[in-house]
Design a protein around this ligand. Sequence first.
Ligand SMILES: Cc1cc2nc3c(=O)[nH]c(=O)nc-3n(C[C@H](O)[C@H](O)[C@H](O)COP(=O)(O)OP(=O)(O)OC[C@H]3O[C@@H](n4cnc5c(N)ncnc54)[C@H](O)[C@@H]3O)c2cc1C
Length: 448
Amino acid sequence: MKTDNVDYTTFTGWIDPPGDVRSALDEGVTCEVAVIGGGLAGMSTALRLAERGRDVVLLEAEFCGHGSASRNAGQVAGAPGGDIQLLSLLYPKRFPGIVRFAENSAHFLERLIERLDIDCGYEATGNVCAAVSRGQMGRVRRVTKLLRKAGADVELGTSEELGIPRGFLGGMRESVGGTMNPGQFSLGLRRALLDSGARVFEGTRVTEVTSAGDHTVIRTSGGQVRAKKAVLATNAFGGELAVTPKRLSVPIWVTEVETEPIDPERLASLGWTSRSGVVTQHNIMENYRLTSRGTIVFGVRRLQRGTSYPLPPRTADGAVVADLARAFERRFPALADVAAARAWGGWVAITPSWLPVAGTTREGVYYSAACNGHGLAQAPYAGSLIADLIVDGEQHGDLVTIWAKKPAFPRPMMMSPAGLRTIWTVDRFNDRINGSRRNALRGTAPVH
Ligand SMILES: Cc1cc2nc3c(=O)[nH]c(=O)nc-3n(C[C@H](O)[C@H](O)[C@H](O)COP(=O)(O)OP(=O)(O)OC[C@H]3O[C@@H](n4cnc5c(N)ncnc54)[C@H](O)[C@@H]3O)c2cc1C
């Protein structure tokens, strides 16, 4: 794969920034609820509150959708992220609830797209956790068993049975979920928010959140908000604000690449008949998906740790793009001559437990970090459940599942720059060992 003409964009490859960015807050205002951060979590919290008649202000540092909301791969997962075997071992009682939360998040998102009539090319194809080696196939089988036991709608099959390219041995399809253009989704959600009764201030960075009696005072670059309640929806940037619980999450930079448009006949010859998004079973996954513009978007494989706040704006790293291109050639040998056209990345928040989490950091100040790289559906669902809690005073069962009773979190393991490099090295070592076996196994007997 050629990588010498890649367009390294600082935003995303999916869309251009909106042309109608709202003006910044430059005065003191009061409201019932202030939402900090206009990503998927923040926009859906504010929209829900406005729809339910609440006086809500949303404060966004850049423009709504500027963060990972518009930068992600657009794969709507129906199952939890992270290492399923480890999660079921560490949290045996909560595990079925977490599976239900993930599945309900995907259904929530589908209903939201339909209700708001957002044109984001959503295809309800499900996603496949695919194996590239015999070892990964064993892992997929174990994960399928665990997820089925917890009530998930998943099926096991060969690549032919699942309609995914022959570069993968087979895998497990999560029937719920699919793929979309996340940039268009984000713009659609922003449009619905701007059309609601919410007051939206963009270009407005929150610098401090303090308590004053029974109110919360939020200072911004040019103004101030006095609110009865506040919701932190700042994702990976949370660590920039002292009010965010310590060790809630660590910021990790994730990269995506898009190919040039590929001849439709060549795409058809891949056998990708289901059009399902694909993620591999490496310790750090690779993701692959088709787009409506005849390209393939692929990414992750290497996670880069943010080491200090404020998180810098950045482009994708050329070495990571080259590494992803090598993976692409291996999974799609027939497309080895296709060029990479653009690359981008974004900051995600990884929690120490690898589970979505929500709670209050102090009286009247709510937070959620529902992502761990799976927030496309989970972040807006959690945001909307927090809005309902504020209005009704009662927690939905799915919010109870991810609720942290106290805002106290352990130090995250294996998330140091050295730890992440080690995980990447282990994955490449396994790839090398399994490479020849994989070729021998491809297209053999059923894997059930
Ligand atoms: C490259 C990449 C690929 C991904 N692929 C997938 C995928 O395929 N499927 C999936 O489910 N998930 C995926 N994710 C994860 C998913 O995109 C995120 O989990 C989700 O977008 C999180 O939403 P959010 O609202 O919490 O955060 P964000 O969308 O990041 O929003 C946070 C917002 O807060 C604003 N903000 C921060 N600090 C302040 C402040 N002090 N004042 C005001 N505003 C502030 C930021 O500007 C930003 O707009 C991916 C993420 C990335 C980066």
